[in-house]
Design a protein around this ligand. Sequence first.
Ligand SMILES: [Zn+2]
Length: 129
Amino acid sequence: MMCAFRNLTRENELQSKGLKIELVDHGIASRIDDTIEVNRALTTDMWEDLYASILEHELQHDSGMTTLKDFKLDIFQQHKDIFKFMYLNKNSWTVMKPISKRGEDWIINHTLLVVYGIIALPFIALAFL
Ligand SMILES: [Zn+2]
């Protein structure tokens, strides 16, 4: 596993909780059961602080059902440089997909579904005017 040195403590903390990190070439980071998928680009020295901040975030998610706590975490927690990372790593834009496929399983991002639902509301309301 390639990782920035300063994040080793965090990674050890994850492993002690039975979580494993899987490097991928899409998205930013997401917790899927006991696996945290992390965009490989995030583990380079350039993004050391962002990576640490994102690992911290993923640790705060409990596994299983999406709860209000998870929702608040995803909506209100800010990560410095995240938009810069997305700008420079276009493969991370898949993080905006509310539904994606992982092997044979469909992964649903409940937070995004709610956000897109709220965005769609005025348009749905317009249809009834
Ligand atoms: Zn999250």
